[in-house]
Write a protein that binds this ligand. Structure first.
Ligand SMILES: NC(=O)c1ccc[n+]([C@@H]2O[C@H](COP(=O)([O-])OP(=O)(O)OC[C@H]3O[C@@H](n4cnc5c(N)ncnc54)[C@H](OP(=O)(O)O)[C@@H]3O)[C@@H](O)[C@H]2O)c1
Length: 285
């Protein structure tokens, strides 16, 4: 006769994208403030997780009760992963998506859109976070250009309510660990929207050096992205995202961050001064 092994009920929080802009801030925050074990997963993370290698999913999911889901660009594995996660004991999903995603076409954000749909299942607690562009894109990612003294995009004068990735992590930490957020889709924006020219000027003032924002056509932007080494599909997807911004689809502001956190989100001006003080924008990219 075989003896049935007893297992502890799943309790851990599995953070996907744990080396990324929101994921690593979320892991740090959960570990600082909570007692629930956190599994920090990505291809190069503490726990190995690769969307393209389903064999890595089961060990990453072992013991997890909640998942912070940072979807891959290619949406094909998402449904299978969510089913496997639910079968292995996950009862809460917090899916990272993007502001304005419901208005994106097929050229941009399919992973995020499919991620939202995949977690909206009966029998699980799901929450969708739709943040707008992060301040951190100005030094960790796409808009590194300020370090070279120039940022050129095809976005025009449309305002953007940029936000701090740390506020996204703070919202995610609350939603993962508190009750009362199931079934909600939070649009995470700053209450104040700035044009890219205004945001660049704010950063230039904080950095104490000239940084020029220039308007370029989508075709010129594509050429620049390819010259910077972006693969063609990524350059096209980015241009599709810039078209969303240009059309004002991500311009709407909300107070969802305030409602969840109980305080206003970070403001670009003081944030820029803090980041500039570290010498972030001092040299050439
Ligand atoms: N950046 C923004 O302003 C912004 C705003 C709104 C929404 N979003 C959305 O948020 C998501 C993340 O964007 P981000 O800018 O935060 O990206 P990011 O900082 O580059 O983080 C991406 C994360 O995904 C992991 N990853 C990449 N490929 C993977 C794979 N095949 N399997 C498992 N993990 C993988 C990376 O870690 P490894 O390399 O270690 O695998 C990293 O931890 C995207 O869906 C984006 O559209 C971003």
């Amino acid at each position: 006769m075989t003896t049935r092994r007893t297992h502890d009920p799943p309790s851990d929080i599995l953070v996907l994208g744990a080396t990324g802009k929101t994921g690593r801030r979320l892991v740090a925050r959960l570990r600082d403030t909570g007692t629930t074990p956190v599994r920090a997963a990505s291809r190069s993370g503490e726990v190995t997780f690769d969307w393209t290698l389903p064999d890595t999913w089961e060990p990453a999911l072992a013991g997890a009760r909640a998942v912070y889901l940072v979807a891959p660009e290619d949406p094909s594995p998402i449904g299978a992963f969510v089913r496997q996660a639910t079968a292995s004991g996950v009862r809460r999903f917090v899916a990272l998506s993007g502001h304005g995603i419901e208005q994106a076409g097929d050229d941009f954000g399919r992973g995020m859109a499919v991620g939202e749909e995949a977690v909206r299942e009966p029998g699980v607690e799901w929450t969708v976070l739709r943040p707008n562009n992060f301040f951190q894109n100005f030094y960790e990612d796409l808009w590194l250009a300020p370090r070279a003294g120039r940022l050129a995009l095809p976005i025009g004068e449309t305002p953007e309510p940029f936000i701090d990735a740390d506020d996204v992590a703070a919202v995610a930490a609350k939603v993962l660990t508190e009750d009362g957020h199931a079934g909600h889709t939070y649009e995470l924006t700053d209450p104040r929207a700035l044009t890219f020219a205004e945001a660049t000027r704010t950063i230039a003032e904080a950095a104490g050096r000239p940084i020029r924002y220039g308007e370029i056509t989508p075709a010129a932007c594509r050429t620049e992205l390819l010259a910077q080494g972006w693969p063609e599909p990524a350059a096209d997807a980015l241009n599709a995202m810039f078209a969303l911004h240009r059309a004002g689809r991500t311009a709407k502001v909300t107070d969802d961050i305030h409602r969840v956190l109980g305080h206003a989100p970070a403001d670009l001006e003081p944030w820029s001064r803090q980041v500039a003080a570290r010498g972030t924008w001092a040299g050439r990219a």
